[in-house]
Design a protein around this ligand. Sequence first.
Ligand code: ATR
Length: 287
Amino acid sequence: MHIDGSTTIVGVFGAPISHTASPAMHNAAFKTMGMNWVYLAFRVEPRNLRSALQGAREMGFLGINLTVPHKILALDCVDGIEPEARKVGAVNTILIERGRTRGFNTDGFGFIEAVKEDFNLSIEGKRVLVLGAGGAGRAIAVKCALDGAAKVIVANRTPARIEPIAREIAGTRSEFQSVSLSANAIGKVIHEADLVVNATSVGLAQGDSLGLGPKLFDPHQHVYDTIYRPAKTEFLRVAEGAGAKVANGLSMLLHQGAKSFEIWTKQKAPLAVMRRALRTAIYGDKS
Ligand code: ATR
């Protein structure tokens, strides 16, 4: 990588940030495309988000990704918001053009592309059960409804967090239902679902489990976990054991990043290179 006075700078703000695989993914893309761009990671505390974005703008950065804990805060820190980011209630990508910041959300798009790639599945007409109503759960549930899912069911430990999702989905043609995040409540609806998604953070830590037994899943189902580290959570292991098709969140990470790349560069993202860079950064996989 050759950095000089005309290198275009993009990056990610988060706290914590040291674990991020996004620089590996984007810098591999810039290198393979022969672009004089660089992607950097910055630790930014929530109280400093507004001034950090102002600094990025004043220093001529072209784009910023936002990760935990900034995605919701950023709604109040940008000059304009794309309709999908507004509906999802979060911004994960900012484009800085002519001194103005514009907020996008590419997480929902990343999910839709991920299930296309991993399961060859189109969301249109499908029934989707989303476990979790945080940032990721909301983006997935709302995007599925916007893309024509027949039904979206959302389960969350804290019921109040489902309300904004219900309000957004009410404006679409999808049927909506909320249930509590217990094996018992989920057991009553899961048989309806073509696609089951874990969008909670349960499974990130070893021994963490949602407590869903193998009897809940069946072989016609597609089961996706937004977690990619570990590569196979207990949730995916149980679902796979029951014969369901399973995939982890690496593909969603890839496709949300590819969409950010395209928003910034206006060029098609080199997916194979980006996927390989992610796999190496996350799993140490050189294949
Ligand atoms: P993200 O942006 O990754 O979605 P988040 O907004 O903090 O992160 O959301 C985390 C999700 O995991 C939420 O659905 C959260 O449930 P609550 O809304 O009830 O907090 C869920 N979650 C986290 N820890 C959990 C646990 N121990 N049991 C059940 N759900 C949990």
